[in-house]
Design a protein around this ligand. Structure first.
Ligand code: NAP
Length: 219
């Protein structure tokens, strides 16, 4: 599939780019800076080449990446995700859009869930997108570092939610192409706040039990 990652130069995007490139998807790395996007695309292409993997990857501005893709990942910090979408709104038509975005605050030594007024980051992003797009909320609890080590088997659950069953089926398939991830469907997009709220708990545990990188698995 043609997959764009807005803010594709950042931490969570790296593993998604490398793992989806490995299984043959065409990747568009989006950025505010065309130069930065092209530099990161060249770096990841070389990394994959050294592993004997031929990838189809290009770097470009966020707007062009979104326009070119069937699936768009919003891999941008929470305070800038909705505003970035608003700036490039014309690039969206009927794409599947995936949000891993989680809004957190730090209170003393502890991270807490700090959702926007809409109730969750997913609902805020939905408001910014044209209604013709299909939004799926997923990947909030994947640790970027483990994800970027592409030979590492990820024995985690990915809890997703969204209002479009076909879009969720596509995201499930893309997710299960990353070795050992299991997808659990938590229902409509309204459920996103519950999934997002797990993230600060994991971050706090990761700090306390460093160098462990926890994720989620339901047994
Ligand atoms: N890191 C994780 O382990 C993790 C796990 C699960 C979910 N998430 C979620 O995934 C999202 C991305 O997290 P991340 O850790 O990958 O973030 P990050 O590395 O800090 O940033 C990702 C990219 O966002 C772009 N960006 C930064 N400031 C921006 C601004 N003012 N306006 C527009 N774009 C901006 C940058 O790309 P350019 O400079 O190239 O434009 C940057 O490379 C967050 O919403 C986070 O909640 C993260």
């Amino acid at each position: 599939m043609k997959i764009a990652l807005l803010g594709g130069t950042g931490d969570i995007a790296e593993g998604l780019v490398l793992r989806w490139s490995k299984v043959g998807h065409e990747i568009f790395i989006g950025s505010r800076s065309d130069e930065k996007a092209k530099g990161i695309a060249a770096e990841y292409t070389q990394k994959l080449n050294e592993l004997g993997i031929v990838s189809k990857m290009q770097g470009m501005p966020n707007a062009d990446a979104a326009r070119a893709a069937e699936v768009v990942i919003i891999s941008i910090p929470p305070e800038h995700a909705a505003s970035t979408i608003t700036q490039i709104r014309d690039s969206f038509t009927s794409q599947i859009v995936v949000t891993p975005v989680v809004s957190m605050a730090k209170k003393g030594k502890v991270f807490t869930y700090s959702p926007p007024p809409q109730g969750s980051s997913a609902l805020q992003i939905k408001e910014a997108l044209p209604e013709t797009t299909k939004l799926v909320s997923a990947y909030h609890n994947l640790p970027a570092k483990e994800l970027s080590q592409i030979d590492q088997v990820l024995d985690y659950d990915v809890v997703m939610c969204g209002d479009d069953d076909e879009a969720k089926a596509v995201v499930k398939r893309l997710t299960e192409e990353m070795q050992n991830l299991r997808v659990l469907d938590a229902g409509p997009l309204e459920a996103s706040s519950m999934i997002e709220a797990i993230t600060p708990l994991i971050v706090n545990l990761n700090i306390r039990y460093k160098p462990q990188h926890f994720s989620v698995k339901f047994v």
